[in-house]
Design a protein around this ligand. Structure first.
Ligand SMILES: C[S@@+](CC[C@H](N)C(=O)[O-])C[C@H]1O[C@@H](n2cnc3c(N)ncnc32)[C@H](O)[C@@H]1O
Length: 318
């Protein structure tokens, strides 16, 4: 199960000890309501509630996608990373874990307070890249042309742009990408639609798909279906308290796309839902170059079945 790194947890605890005011339960409820209604992050928001009740989930989604990036593209050793719409620096922390030798992290956000928070958390990290992270207080739509990085991550940021601006923002982020671009959005039909718009833009500019797509054919996932994934993360005691939760974990649903300037061999099929186990077989929903396919592996096919049972939603079916 996913959890935020101990260094990030310690930095968050320090922030809470110094800055926490008001009820976390109320703060977390207001935050959920704000995002549910398509609201934006702004300086009036409750940063403590974000750190306790939201960041563990967004971190888990970024970590999941970066793990897929390193699996699909093991030669990739980014020297720099741009966390676009960084909020408290979630993407930067996940990238520093995935690429510990990467020397340069830049946080970009149009919200000064969020950027300040990202800087103060990162300063407490053991990673030199995070300790010395640069902060850019600009809007994604006004990204200066001289800003670029080997790896660009935009996690849960396009959702905050005006409707119809996702493609333009993805294009701007793609121009700033020297090698790989990861875009993550909430795992909802709207989130997936923004990923689709984003995907169309870099593809039109000849980006190479890395994940989750395993082919360059048109996406076979059509409305009312949507392509999304799920990652399970541990909830701390505070997190459980803030959300009045009764179980010590939650499942974060997200949609994503990773594209790169280098071609990476596309193979296999992507598992698009939690596999269904019956007495006789395991059933998979797969995205393949021949469209969406249902495939079953019978228990009697012992070797195949043993392999299939280890596969999860989001894995490659090879
Ligand atoms: C939901 S938060 C996500 C934060 C972080 N990426 C994460 O995954 O935890 C969205 C962030 O994007 C920033 N943002 C929204 N619109 C932006 C824009 N047009 N330019 C730059 N940052 C933006 C917000 O200020 C906020 O910090």
């Amino acid at each position: 199960m996913n959890a935020i790194p101990p260094g990030l947890n310690a930095a968050i605890q320090n922030y809470l000890a110094e800055s926490r005011t008001g009820s976390l339960v109320e703060g977390a409820a207001r935050l959920s309501e704000r995002y549910r209604q398509g609201g934006h992050s702004d300086s009036a928001m409750d940063f403590s509630a974000y750190l306790v009740a939201r960041l563990p989930a967004t971190y888990a989604a970024v970590a999941f996608c970066l793990a897929e990036l390193t699996r699909r593209y093991p030669q990739f050793t980014p020297q720099s990373m741009l966390d676009a719409g960084s909020g408290p620096g979630t993407g930067g922390w996940a990238a520093a874990e995935a690429f510990p030798d990467m020397p340069l992290v830049t946080f970009l956000d149009n919200n000064k307070q969020f950027l300040k928070l990202a800087g103060s958390l990162a300063a407490q990290s053991a990673s030199p890249a995070l300790q010395q992270a640069r902060a850019l207080n600009v809007d994604i739509s006004n990204l200066p042309r001289n800003i670029s990085a080997d790896l660009v991550v935009a996690a849960y940021a396009l959702a905050e742009l005006p409707v119809g601006k996702a493609a333009e923002a993805a294009s701007i982020l793609w121009q700033a990408t020297r090698n790989a671009l990861l875009i993550i959005e909430p795992g909802t039909p709207h989130g997936f639609a923004r990923i689709q718009h984003a995907r169309a833009t870099p593809m039109a500019e000849s980006a190479h798909l890395i994940a989750p797509c395993t082919h360059m054919k048109p996406c076979p996932v059509l409305t009312p279906d949507w392509c999304h994934f799920s990652v399970r993360l541990a909830r701390s005691r505070e997190h459980m308290h803030a959300k009045r939760a009764t179980v010590p974990f939650e499942d974060e649903k997200f949609s994503y796309v990773i594209v790169s300037r280098q071609p990476v061999a596309l193979e296999g099929a992507r598992i698009l839902a939690r596999p269904i186990e019956t007495k006789a077989e395991t059933r998979f929903k797969l995205c393949t170059e021949n469209g969406l396919v249902r495939q079953s592996i019978a228990r009697r096919d012992k070797a195949e079945y043993k392999r299939a049972r280890k596969l999860e939603w989001g894995d490659l079916f090879e």
